[in-house]
Design a protein around this ligand. Sequence first.
Ligand code: NAP
Ligand code: GDD
Length: 337
Amino acid sequence: MQKTALVTGITGQDGSYLAEFLIDKGYQVYGIIRRSSSFNTGRINHIYQDPHEPDPRLKLVYGDLNDASSLNKIMRELHPDEIYNLGAQSHVMVSFDVPEYTGDVTGLGTIRLLEAIREAGIKPKFYQASSSELYGLAQEIPQKETTPFYPRSPYACAKAYAFYIVRNYREAYGFFACNGILFNHESPRRGETFVSRKITRAVTRIKVGLQDKLYLGNLEARRDWGYAPEYIEAMWLMLQQPRPADFVIANGECHTVKEFVEEAFGLLGLDWHKHVEIDPRYLRPAEVDTLVGDSSKAERELGWRPKVQFKELVRIMVEADLELAKKETHMKNYRQG
Ligand code: NAP
Ligand code: GDD
């Protein structure tokens, strides 16, 4: 029988890749979207193209992680076999501006989903998008499943609540629920205010003459950056195991933001010193200095291993954004006649 999957956050970077992945595996996919005054389905339009003749393997339903009644209704009606909770206010810096809202969506949104499952009396497998931000002020290097958490932002604190409530429902009610502790993963679909995409958008726009400066914050922060489409497979693999568990998913290599900048500018033959300036507005009240993960448990138990390494990731993103910047130039020239 065809399996059904419900995805929160389907309009985001990961949700869009997961939708493609599950459709390829033969799933009927349901995605929860929020009402917005402008279209927010840009990342899934290629699947869900024509509103008059949408792909029947992806169906979108309105709902919100802040709205329990919508989640209860969705569970009662859809009875999904698998649920992937990717929806979140996912920006760390923004969480300092809207801490309560972030706690509500990113933390309490998870309990609303789990309770909706209980109330509907269904037994889906559940994936929670946990984060390497949980390690924050890292207590050991590299970080693995047993490393103590030390969250450093309202976002990370909300994710800590979600992590523990998922584990609690596994232990208390026998839920098949897994936390994927994913380290940073990027792609050409990454939101443009995250540092990787901010850099690749800027360097390519500088190359074609659409902008001159790139304003950044802390260039010394170190991250373990991987390629998003590969990380999606790990989410699915967790739910195919005989027993639920939590897994670190990472590349195991860490680089500074400055190295990302150097690599991206170097690929296009540009000197970053002429274009990059530090803007204190992008410095965080509490920074996470170094994240680097050890995903040997995932390799052992899931057979998952990353392939795309740092330099190739930067190249993939720069090449995609260069195409975008060229299109922007054509549009600009066209408008100017
Ligand atoms: P993203 O691009 O920011 O997408 C977030 C998604 O959540 C969007 O679809 C957004 O919908 C949705 N959303 C926001 N508020 C919501 C609400 N109140 N109700 C329902 N949906 C809501 O994030 P991502 O990079 O794909 O990450 C996916 C998940 O993994 C997130 O939970 C993130 O915190 C976590 N994570 C990400 C990384 C990473 O490196 N990418 C690493 C570890 C963990 P709209 O389009 O309507 O805004
Ligand atoms: N966004 C941003 N913008 N970050 C900057 C900038 C800037 O102009 N300049 C320097 N940085 C630094 C940040 O201070 C941080 O140390 C690092 O670049 C990465 O920032 P982001 O790309 O915003 O990602 P993040 O690591 O804070 O959070 C992402 O990864 C987490 C997993 O570790 C998000 O996707 C989270 O949702 C995810 O949980």
